[in-house]
Design a protein around this ligand. Structure first.
Ligand SMILES: [Zn+2]
Ligand SMILES: [Zn+2]
Length: 249
């Protein structure tokens, strides 16, 4: 059994001016190098009509040639769920993309997505039970893993970040659902990030997924270069995960 590690010198979720980040890819890379990081993943938001992916991939390849001896640079994009089957809001061609981040920016329920406010109203009016919502969210997450893991490595972005927005708590998700999620991640080679920005998944879920053997990269979801590789929440989680046969860099 190989030793599993949480590596605090990586940051696998960094936005640039290609979407809503404040800084260029090159400025982000320089900051990451200056902070001693060993691996970053460039991640920008896409939608079905996004047309800049080829240009984005080309640019990152150029920066790999320039900075590749100082840092490993991966190529990712982030897209939101559009239904509980786990389909994502993606453009047709993702050539050269290595990581697909699946994001719960809205709530996948049935054949559609809903804003947090809409879901809260359904809950408040007793039109949907929290158990049903948990099942749909987990179904979407597992669905994305199976649907896209042939194209690229799927990363679940800020797992459960939508829950506090609708008044639900990840602690209330049944353990069998979390187990199904863990099994799917392992079977599809998908990753579940621990997010500094969104402070999720929280310790109980992170601990469970980790013990099940899920690979869990750490990330800041930075939208400006100053926060790259800066961990507090993530560091606390990392130090509380079981240390048996693992280490913390
Ligand atoms: Zn996101
Ligand atoms: Zn993001």
């Amino acid at each position: 059994m190989s030793a599993k590690k949480i590596n605090l010198r990586e940051d696998l979720h960094i936005h640039s001016t290609f979407s809503d980040g404040a800084d260029s890819i090159e400025d982000n890379i320089r900051m990451a190098i200056s902070r001693g990081l060993t691996h970053i993943c460039c991640v920008d938001h896409v939608r079905q009509d996004t047309n800049w992916v080829p240009n984005y991939v080309d640019q990152i390849h150029q920066f790999r040639r320039k900075y590749g001896d100082q840092i490993k640079i991966s190529i990712g994009i982030e897209a939101k769920f559009i239904n509980a089957a786990g389909e994502l809001d993606l453009p047709d061609s993702l050539e050269g993309v290595e990581y697909i981040f699946a994001a719960d920016h809205q709530f996948p329920y049935g054949i559609d997505i809903y804003t947090p406010r809409q879901i809260k109203e359904l809950l408040d009016e007793g039109l949907v039970q929290q158990e049903v919502l948990f099942r749909h969210l987990i179904r979407a997450t597992i669905g994305a893993m199976w649907k896209y893991s042939e194209q690229a490595t799927v990363v679940i972005a800020h797992l459960f970040s939508i829950l506090p927005k609708v008044g639900l708590m990840e602690q209330d998700i049944h353990i069998e659902l979390k187990a199904a999620l863990a099994r799917a991640a392992i079977e599809t080679g998908s990753l579940i990030e621990i997010s500094e920005r969104w402070q999720c998944p929280q310790l109980e879920s992170a601990h469970f997924l980790w013990e099940m053997g899920v690979e869990m990269p750490v990330s800041t979801d930075s939208h400006k270069k100053e926060t790259i590789g800066e961990y507090q929440f993530v560091r606390t989680i990392a130090t509380q995960l079981p240390l048996l046969s693992i280490g913390i860099d």
